[in-house]
Ligand binder design. Sequence first.
Ligand SMILES: [Zn+2]
Length: 496
Amino acid sequence: MRPNPVLLTVALTAALQAQSPFQPATPPPSPVPVLASYPDTPAGKLLREIKEHSGVVARVEYLADMIGPRLTGSEPLRRAQAWAMAEAKALGAVNVHEEAYDFGLAWTRGTDSARLLTQNGLRFRVDQLAWSPATKGPVQGELLLVDARNLEELQAFKGRLKGRILLRSNPDDKRPPLGRRGGGDMAAFQAEQTAMTQFLIDEGALATLSMSGRKNGLSFTTAGPGRDPKKPALPAAYVPQEPYRMLLRQVARQEPVRLELSLGGAFSAKPVQAHNVVAEIKGTDKANEVVIVGGHLDSWDLGTGATDNATGSAVCLEVLRALQATGLQPRRTLRIILWSGEEQGLLGSRAYVEAHKAELDAIQAVLVHDMGTGMVKGFELQGRENCRGLMAQAIAPLNDLGVRELPLRTMNGTDHAAYDRAGVPAFAAIQESVDYFEGTHHSQMDFPDHVRPDQLIQGAQAMAVTAWELLNMEGRLPHGIVARTPAPPAPAAAKP
Ligand SMILES: [Zn+2]
């Protein structure tokens, strides 16, 4: 019997695709529906105004190109905040101000480099984990794969770590996964992580390298443990997949692989304050009640933070612009908030909730835009079934624009979560993913080139009209803390 050559080719192709870490490019986003006409209603006026005169893409470009990356605690973020306040005032907002909170040490990226001293001598991209300590100038060390997942596994490396640069990711790990981190106990998990880092320091390791979870040369960054100066920390960096896998293959040959590594980030001398920007359009007969529309103005610093989250920040300003241009007066007060510290753990929104505990009852709802450029398809209800009726009413004028989804699902990865946990109806927009989690999110590719104007303009329309309906409806969204079983730790990619 001869194998069928066609079937064999199909099977081979499938097997090769299954082995390749490089998935095909993401499918194109759903097209934005085109409205045949605009109703003669406030919602219709807002839709038309934003479609015909949107300033949202221009503001993303300004933030990204002229101000650039906006790490919390940095001078560029302070410039972005000054700019946003000036824009809000020019767009007719009142009560424009900043609210400060204690942030901790600021951190500035330096020059990062890596060069093999053996094998092929390649120089390749490394990006220091933000808030990790710098190397003491260029350091040279032999690479060692240390794919220990807990303290017990790590202790097996005792005596072999001195002067080594550690490869801490093993994408080819075939071991069955460990149980939930710390048995689901976050404090236990963090204590073990701290003990592991202390062990590496005590054993004399020089630095750690991890593989970027992104494909096709994309790097990644997030916050290292050094945000807390009391915790031990080692110099740490991400390496894109291709060079990282090369290092693994070189190490697998059982010959010494020596690397020169330089990571140049620096901490501020003293703790700094961080700030949230607030701007309002006052309501009329229900002015004491508030609808908050927000996004975070801070960003990571490998790209220019165009889709994370200049897009959401620009959408907030566009909501102000559309109200001013149409002359519409809301019954409740519209409050725009541009948070900071989102990327270090929703610090700005948490600080706001803490500082305004006594006023949370006056908030009708919080709406957040933080998933990049993609069009808005609805809002996560966070388990608030009792909000479904009024939320459905709020998005009804947007149904033909593709805004229809109100799943009960809970999303915790952005600033609405701080309000949600305090009992306030607070919802993140569900957005078309475009190439957010596969591409721009926290990577060096986060530039305005990846902004899709039609998708983002629809997002601004969706946020403006949903806010408008919530500002003006007779009913109030019910408050209350939603009882939830603790969520399993989110995969890294699920956090905007
Ligand atoms: Zn974000």
